[in-house]
Design a protein around this ligand. Sequence first.
Ligand SMILES: NC(=O)c1ccc[n+]([C@@H]2O[C@H](COP(=O)([O-])OP(=O)(O)OC[C@H]3O[C@@H](n4cnc5c(N)ncnc54)[C@H](O)[C@@H]3O)[C@@H](O)[C@H]2O)c1
Length: 347
Amino acid sequence: MKRLDGPIFITGHTGFKGSWLSLLLNHLEIEHFGYSLEAEEDSLYERANLERVSRGVVGDIRDLENLSKVIKDVRPSVIIHLAAQPLVLKSYQEPLETFQTNCIGTANVLETAFDTPSVEIVLVITTDKVYRNDNSGRRFVESDPLEGKDPYSASKVAAEAVCAAWQQMSKISGGPKVLVARAGNVIGGGDFAKDRLVPDVLRAVSSGQSLSVRNPKASRPWQHALDPLIGYLKYIEFAKNSMKIEPALNFGPFELSLRTDEVLEFAKAYFGDKLKLTYPKESQEFESQALGLDPSSAIAKLAWQPIWNQKEAIDRTFLWWMNYLDNPNNALNNCLEDISISLEVMR
Ligand SMILES: NC(=O)c1ccc[n+]([C@@H]2O[C@H](COP(=O)([O-])OP(=O)(O)OC[C@H]3O[C@@H](n4cnc5c(N)ncnc54)[C@H](O)[C@@H]3O)[C@@H](O)[C@H]2O)c1
């Protein structure tokens, strides 16, 4: 991968993907600077002690004045906007906050970017959940209609509408290129967020309590965090060197999405009887049943492809956690090993 000019400004650098992105950029020797809320106690950022290796400040993307001051001070050439309230179940409890962060926060980032002459590209990270989903299991392509049913998905559709408006302003009056990346369910060492399947497995194994499986037949496009992150950098590189931009690209696995019960079979093979599962009789329809992403366009245009298939990504994630549980001081090294392997494969 060729080098990108920094500095790259990352919103959400204390989050799961932001932590992996900071480490990836460090490895590639690309200068970067982060802006996020405080890291969560159980986060990868804390476990790997990333404060030592990544520069950044605590700040809220809803605070336009502060966000703008920090971005203008850093004078980045690229902004990768990851910061969000990313949890579907939490979005039902806090819909307004979810919209304020995911929609108005995105508008604040774009407004500031357009007012900061150093910024050439803003990449906004949305999700596979933005597509109108009839649960047929068909893999979505970028031109499919968008519609979010739950508050999280709807807030990300709103963020996409914000991006479309600034893409139009960029076309008419000039300004940074605005790109949108839609990724699937990312996994990898260190994610401990609530109500996500792999962290839930880890929580159950380490506490000895059984995991209540919400939706065993639901399918998702699983991928290792490094896969879309490398894709994002290639997307930015492509946009920098091209007159015509691709306004949105999907980043997902090659294969059809795996069901929850298939992921749990792999987990069982790893953790054996330590993983106890229960299946509540009543399942509530909080989340969609089938989700799939077609990554063909990113593969064709960016010379990018997923490094690990879904099974391999799950294996690498559990291996990371086994090493970590053996020795919690291994968190950073485990990440660096995964980064080296993935970049070796990309060469
Ligand atoms: N993890 C997934 O499976 C997945 C899948 C598709 C898309 N995404 C998207 O990728 C992005 C990153 O997700 P993640 O899994 O790393 O989430 P995360 O919860 O681990 O991290 C979220 C980050 O955003 C920051 N943040 C939240 N609210 C903020 C605010 N008001 N101001 C400033 N910072 C704020 C947090 O401090 C944290 O650094 C999100 O936009 C999410 O919607 C994630």
